[in-house]
Write a protein that binds this ligand. Structure first.
Ligand code: ASP
Length: 440
């Protein structure tokens, strides 16, 4: 075995050896996260059991709803400052624009490659398998117009304009409105300007690092609330899945699940192996907890605090890398979402008798990728972008009514793969920069 090959096998050992990880975790969300996976699993089982035993009960709705609100409100309160200070502090650790461009280049190209593969898998699967052609087109159920949130006309230029407007916005507005894409762009621009202008001992830089530590601490408290929120989320999910799944949609769901599983279980580990020549299995087992939390919360953003803990404590990823790659990934890297949107568009085109052809298929590919970048990491965050994909290839918006019927269960798996993609990317970047011993 070469030193590269056993690299990832040693990640966990390195994590415990590295003094800096140990000491930084005192300010971090903490080591309390280690058993969280079990708590989340127990909470999800409890939520499902309560729904099956008592059905839709007002008392349960109110009590579990309270826990869910508590968790989601705490999360909403911390996520904007967490992403802002974490990214900024990660950037300021780089001490030099050359490093920033290396770290940024590695991260963005890895994200781009894996997302592109995800969409190609999705489209290949649907074009080859075509599981739904045996059925006649369905009646589209009535939709709740309140769920339609995109006002785009579906053209590529309108889509890009929307993306640009979300990215380049007043920084204070971005923070106040939790516009995550805006926060990411703002932090990168401010970080770059600070790297170019401030001396390394500037009090502003010290303030950013301290503020990041404080937000990590608060995020750690929010992480502790995850099991409380998960009981209510699993309860709601069980009740809604029970009544809404249509038989005809099952093949569509199976294709999405299958393609997402191929991406998560084969492609992501394989890309990591090819890119690093290291065994991906230790990474897979180390990231099981955040993947489980993503599965139960359907939110990459909600999982971010735990992803940060896991990266540092279980994968020995240095703070400078983790606090750059992960917040960026939770906002822009969504392989599962891109795959879902590609498959869904092809499925709905069939249902509506629209022949996509090569140009239509490529448009779906491109717009699904862009839409996944713009999708917020929250439950059903991709629905607005989904509408843009549909409009881009001329599929009536009513079609989204079909997706909404199966949206919740599908969201769980794609979010888990979204988070997996971020953590593999962080492990890859850490591997590539491991000789850069000045990074902290
Ligand atoms: N729930 C997904 C996430 O948080 C976004 C989506 O696809 O709706 O990553």
């Amino acid at each position: 075995m070469t030193s590269e090959q056993d690299d990832s096998t040693n990640l966990a050992k390195q994590a415990s050896r590295r003094g800096d990880i140990g000491s930084s975790s005192e300010d971090d969300p903490g080591k309390r996260g280690s058993n969280l996976g079990w708590w989340v699993l127990a909470a999800a089982a409890l939520g499902v059991a309560l729904a099956l035993m008592f059905g839709d009960s007002n008392a349960l709705d109110a009590t579990l709803g309270l826990g869910k609100t508590l968790f989601l409100a705490a999360l909403k309160a911390i996520i904007a400052p967490l992403i802002f200070f974490s990214l900024l502090s990660g950037l300021l650790n780089l001490s030099g624009t050359a490093r920033l461009s290396r770290l940024g280049g590695l991260t963005v190209s890895y994200y781009f490659v894996t997302t592109a593969i995800a969409v190609v898998i999705g489209l290949t699967v649907v074009l080859v398998i075509h599981p739904w052609t045996a059925w006649p087109p369905m009646d589209v159920p009535a939709i709740d117009p309140g769920r339609l949130i995109s006002t785009s006309d579906g053209s590529l230029s309108t889509g890009l304009t929307g993306l640009m407007q979300a990215m380049l916005t007043n920084p204070f507005a971005a923070l106040a409105e939790t516009n995550l894409l805006g926060i990411v762009v703002t932090s990168v621009i401010i970080g770059l300007a600070a790297l170019l202008t401030l001396p390394t001992d500037s009090p502003v830089i010290a303030f950013v690092h301290d503020a990041a530590k404080v937000t990590y601490k608060v995020a750690g408290w929010a992480v502790m609330l995850i099991p409380i929120g998960v009981v209510g989320i699993a309860y709601d999910l069980t009740l809604s899945a029970d009544s809404t799944l249509l038989g005809q949609l099952l093949a569509f769901c199976a294709v999405v699940f299958g393609a997402t599983a191929v991406h998560g279980l084969i492609v992501l580990p394989l890309v990591y192996f090819i890119a690093t020549r290291s065994n991906p299995l230790p990474v897979m087992s180390a990231i099981a907890s955040p993947m489980l939390v993503a599965l139960t919360t359907s939110s990459s953003a909600a999982t971010l605090p735990l992803s940060l803990i896991t990266a540092r404590e279980k994968l020995a990823i240095r703070p400078a890398v983790a606090s750059f790659v992960l917040p960026l990934g939770a906002t822009v890297n969504m392989d599962g979402t891109a795959l879902f949107e590609g498959v869904a568009a092809v499925f709905l085109a069939y249902i509506f008798g629209i022949d996509l052809g090569l140009v239509g298929t490529l448009t779906v590919f491109l717009v699904a990728m862009l839409a996944s970048i713009g999708a917020p990491g929250i439950p059903s965050g991709s629905m607005a972008g989904m509408q843009v994909v549909l409009l881009a290839v001329g599929i009536p918006l009513e079609a989204i009514g079909l997706l909404l019927l199966v949206e919740r269960p599908l969201d769980t798996f794609r979010t888990s793969v979204n988070v997996e993609g971020d953590l593999f990317a962080a492990a890859f970047v850490e591997h590539r920069l491991r000789r850069d011993t000045d990074l902290v």
